[in-house]
Write a protein that binds this ligand. Structure first.
Ligand SMILES: [Ca+2]
Length: 336
């Protein structure tokens, strides 16, 4: 479970709860949710011991602050009229109430919510007017919010600026694509390429990809696209002609989702890269496979079967690499 940066903002405000406590007693902070998750270390750093409750009706009396977390589903937490009255009572008693991703009953807390609340997945925070050393158009923060763990940087992210305890500033991290599976073959040296092919499905048409793109590179970092197909049905062997240019790396990027009970796996097989004379330059070449998903037990990559010259048959023969597929993401769905 990943908590949102929005939750970090809750905690920043909560940090100011302490000075208001004149009697030395710890303020009661109620968290409505299944668990505090990544909020735990932040609350601990603020020396706040949260009361975690499943329902608003269980919020302790005298709570100084209430964090109503998203319920972990795809949509907003739906609050009942009784929930709305409970929140109004808490606010009237002096509590601060923070709703992460929720739909309030009409009129609750004086709010009119005409539209379904939507979770912001992408945020950009930019300076509009001069502010100290900051100038207009300075970029403070840019990220896919749903991809950010609360208390640690995502892989590859870089802190550009810290302006409070929990809110950092990161470069944008692309949303992981659970439907993408790629293999990149290193030919060892630049060669003039004429064509490339890869076999898919491991003998089972339902386990072939929905689309395949091929690209090539001289340095392994900048790739040029050289072809794409989304033929239906996808052939067992997908072939592309390549521009007859020197390149050292060839990449096949296939996409596949679980659209029915029988498209629950994706398999890739033998790769060939040919020169003008038809020689297979990829034979026994090293390669790298990549996916956001783990390879299926029993069908993992040994490091050689995709270029060993042995053409795979049915997936049971161990000569192909397989993954379980992911369901098709819905638009604007929070990637759990
Ligand atoms: Ca093979």
């Amino acid at each position: 479970m990943r908590w949102l940066l929005r939750a970090a903002a809750f905690v920043l405000v909560l940090g100011s709860v302490h000075p208001a406590q004149g009697d030395g007693a710890d303020p009661v902070v109620a968290v409505v949710g299944r668990e505090v998750g990544d909020l735990g270390p932040l609350l601990a750093s603020l020396r706040l011991q949260p009361a975690v409750v499943a329902e608003l009706s269980a919020i302790p009396e005298g709570a100084a602050a209430v964090l109503v977390l998203a319920d972990g589903g795809a949509g907003p937490r739906a609050l009942t009229e009784a929930d709305g009255r409970r929140l109004e009572d808490l606010v009237a008693a002096g509590a601060r109430v923070f709703l992460e991703y929720a739909r309030l009953p009409e009129g609750s807390l004086g709010c009119t919510s005409a539209a379904e609340p939507r979770r912001p997945l992408y945020e950009r925070l930019v300076v509009l007017t001069p502010l100290g050393a900051l100038q207009p158009e300075d970029l403070l923060e840019e990220h896919d919010q749903a991809c950010l763990p609360l208390v640690r940087l995502p892989p590859g992210a870089e802190v550009l600026l810290e302006y409070d305890r929990a809110l950092g500033t990161y470069r944008r991290i692309p949303t992981p694509d659970p439907g993408l599976f790629s293999v990149t073959v290193d030919l060892g040296s630049e060669q003039v390429l004429a064509g490339a092919s890869q076999r898919y499905g491991a003998g089972q048409p339902n386990y072939r990809p929905e689309s395949v793109e091929v690209s090539f590179s001289r340095d392994g970092s900048t790739f040029r696209p050289a072809g794409r197909t989304d033929t239906v049905p996808m052939p067992e062997t997908v072939r592309f002609e390549l521009p007859r240019e020197p390149a050292r790396f060839v990449r096949f990027a296939a996409r596949k989702f679980r659209r029915s009970p029988v498209t629950d796996f994706f398999f890739m097989g033998e790769v060939e890269v040919s020169d003008a004379a038809g020689h297979n330059l990829a034979l026994n070449a090293p390669y790298t496979v990549a996916s956001t998903r783990g390879q299926s037990p029993g069908y993992g990559d040994s490091g050689g079967e995709l270029t060993d010259g042995r053409v795979e048959g049915l997936y049971t023969d161990g000569l192909s690499v397989g993954w379980g597929t992911a369901p098709v993401p819905a638009d604007n769905r929070f990637p759990l």
